[in-house]
Design a protein around this ligand. Structure first.
Ligand code: NCD
Ligand code: ZN
Length: 375
């Protein structure tokens, strides 16, 4: 057994569900789950109810987060068909703009080229005024993050190239997609991408066993798609969980269960397991879970912040019992894993130790001045 000390991790893709779906998660339970997973910064998606589509809604969400969070939180704004780019006046207080062009949970899917074109054009226009500042940015805009599967991926790559807007492609899952992103990077496109642990560690071969607990968007892909993600590790900028909790009752009872699975607590144990198996190095993990997300989104540094993670000699089956997410389940239940988060230190304070959360609600910070936009 050894212990590693890593920088506090960033999970650049979580759904903490507040406001509107607090029975699934809220800013307290979600950030507690983050600490339990060694994550000290989360970036929260806009598909809440109501969606984070206006300056007022961003501010309101930021105040909820400021009161409850135990780790640092950045908030995305989101484009909607009926509110289009209403968020623009507050754009620099968001970590980035999220655009959904593929189908998933929530009502944010953009369904016309007319609107999609406008969203890229206006984000680029705003950046002309305030600039893009990706490296430890205090002001300026973040990238456009897109959920763009299959044929929607080249559409978004092209719009980003036409407007010179940095594009971040979330949860890439297929061979065709990761190979296209490789080509775009080789041609100098301003594109980065992320892959989830569930697409790295599960495939269509697990889908039948898992039923609705293995249903998410993008869906689990084939073993060949999974192999392509590992083959193209150098193209993957970030690992991000797409932590998307739904209750077991919702997953079991509804005729069409909502897609999405929790992931904050299992990411580091899974990655450490891949490290023990020789498929990843410690540097691979630290780059994709700490340094690169900070660079892509221009996140401020967290001084004196680290995670102590135990690397077990013998793998221990993952148990839902220990989980902090409100929904209390994982698609990885029973999977033998080598990593266990022992302690998390945030800005010099021990905030998590051996399953106990020591941080007070509201001790996490809301990034980019979203809670006090006038200040
Ligand atoms: C997410 C959710 O439930 O909010 N679901 C999912 O399957 N990934 C939405 C999303 O990220 O697409
Ligand atoms: Zn998501």
């Amino acid at each position: 057994m050894t212990t590693l000390r890593l920088p506090g991790l960033v999970d650049a893709h979580v759904h903490l569900r507040e406001p509107g779906y607090e029975h699934k998660e809220d800013f307290y339970t979600g950030t507690v789950a983050a600490l339990a997973g060694g994550v000290t910064t989360v970036l929260d998606m806009p598909n809440t109810q109501p969606p984070t589509a206006t300056p007022a809604l961003l501010r309101e969400k930021a105040r909820l987060a400021a009161a409850k969070a135990v780790c640092d939180v950045g908030l995305f704004v989101g484009a909607t068909n009926d509110r289009a780019d209403a968020y623009l006046p507050a754009a620099q207080h968001a970590c980035g703009l999220k655009i959904y062009v593929s189908d998933t949970f929530g009502s944010l899917r953009i369904d016309s080229l007319d609107l999609l074109h406008r969203l890229f054009r206006t984000w680029a226009g705003k950046a002309d005024a305030v600039g893009y500042r990706m490296d430890g940015r205090e002001q300026g805009l973040g990238p456009i993050a897109v959920h763009a599967e299959e044929l929607m991926l080249p559409v978004c790559l092209n719009l980003s190239h036409l407007y010179d807007v940095p594009l971040h492609v979330v949860h890439v899952s297929r061979r065709s997609e990761i190979e296209l992103i490789r080509t775009a990077k080789e041609r100098g496109y301003r594109v980065t991408c992320e892959v989830t642990p569930h697409h790295l560690f599960l495939t269509t071969e697990d889908a039948a066993r898992l039923g609705p607990l293995g249903d998410m968007r993008p869906r689990l892909a084939t073993p060949d798609d999974q192999a392509a993600l590992w083959e193209n590790l150098d193209v993957i900028d970030l690992f991000a969980t797409d932590h998307a909790p739904h209750t077991l009752a919702e997953k079991a009872a509804l005729e069409t269960p909502p897609p999405g699975v929790p992931g904050l607590e299992t990411m580091l144990p899974l990655l450490i397991t891949a490290m023990v198996e020789g498929r990843l190095t410690e540097d691979d993990i630290v780059a994709r879970c700490a340094h690169n997300p900070r660079r892509v989104y221009g996140l401020p540094a967290q001084p004196d912040t680290w995670v102590d993670v135990v690397v077990e000699d013998q793998p221990v089956p993952w148990s839902n019992e220990r989980m902090k997410t409100r929904v209390g389940w994982s698609p990885f239940a029973g999977m033998p894993l080598h990593g266990r988060v022992e302690r998390v230190t945030l800005r010099g304070e021990v905030v998590y130790e051996d399953g106990r959360v020591l941080a007070a609600p509201g001790s996490g910070r809301v990034l980019f001045g979203a809670a006090n936009p006038a200040a």
